[in-house]
Design a binder for this molecule. Sequence first.
Ligand code: FES
Ligand code: FES
Length: 327
Amino acid sequence: MPTSESSPDALRLIRRGRVVTCHGVAPDRTLLQLLREDLHCTAVKEGCASGDCGACTVTVAERTPEGALRYRAVNSCIRLAHSVDGQAVWTAEDIAAADGTLHPAQRALVECHGSQCGFCTPGFVMSLFTLHRQRGGEAVTRDDALHALSGNLCRCTGYRPILDAAQTMHHWPDVPLDEAALLQKLELLAPDGRAPEADSAENFYATPRTLAELLALRAAHPRALLAAGTTDVGLWVTKQHQRFAQIIDLTRVAELRRIERAGDTLRIGAAATLVDAFAALAQDRPQLAPFLDRFAGLPVRVSGTLGGNVANGSPIGDSMPLLIALG
Ligand code: FES
Ligand code: FES
């Protein structure tokens, strides 16, 4: 199956404030492939294609159930394109003003001489852009910057000018973003469960919203791949060149995203992200914080799930020693 082979689903996302509809996006096409090869957005780069270097970092925003915007920096090389359906996506090409005025993340990198090679710099820019949006343009500390840039590697120079840039972004005028209008668009694009049109559909990417929808899909398509953050599955695609014609995305199943407490018991849904699961674990066990902060880079933790880390049997499932130690 070629990577551009059509699928019964269409992908809808917002880039530069416009809704982009990508008909015929194959279920296993990565977000990076979609951006670079289909949308010709070459600012986003491929370095390692395994979620390690951050060259492919893009910013994704989703509408939370409370009606707020949640910004995250993700590795587009190992995210499946359909996983951001109905969300907003920015690359380094999308963040300057229409008149060319640089975004504060870009301007600060220029002023602090933090701009480096064409591979790592777009990724650094997007991690800084994400941090700037998350903090509403307020000043950030060096520790905030180190945390936000933990998924961006440069193998040749130094990080000091980049950290300086992070701490001076707030000096520069912001490029306005109409968040209210964006929230309205995201509400209109909210996926509807996106089940395949017929049980006989051969190629599909389904995003069930409830456990009942998920179980019905699973019963109808027992061979479909169950995928969540795809921090491991993404490598099966980019490194092992495996192909998947049927994918069921677990990340929007409300019951699987829940984290609940009952007495001494903490119940972490299988699709809860590592950042959310770790925050819950660290709430009662603050001594875990240094370990949890060193688990992969931030873009991996905002995508990957603790359930996936347990279930996929990867020999580099770094949460296993922690879970064993916690009994
Ligand atoms: Fe290296 Fe994606 S290309 S993290
Ligand atoms: Fe870009 Fe080092 S990887 S300058």
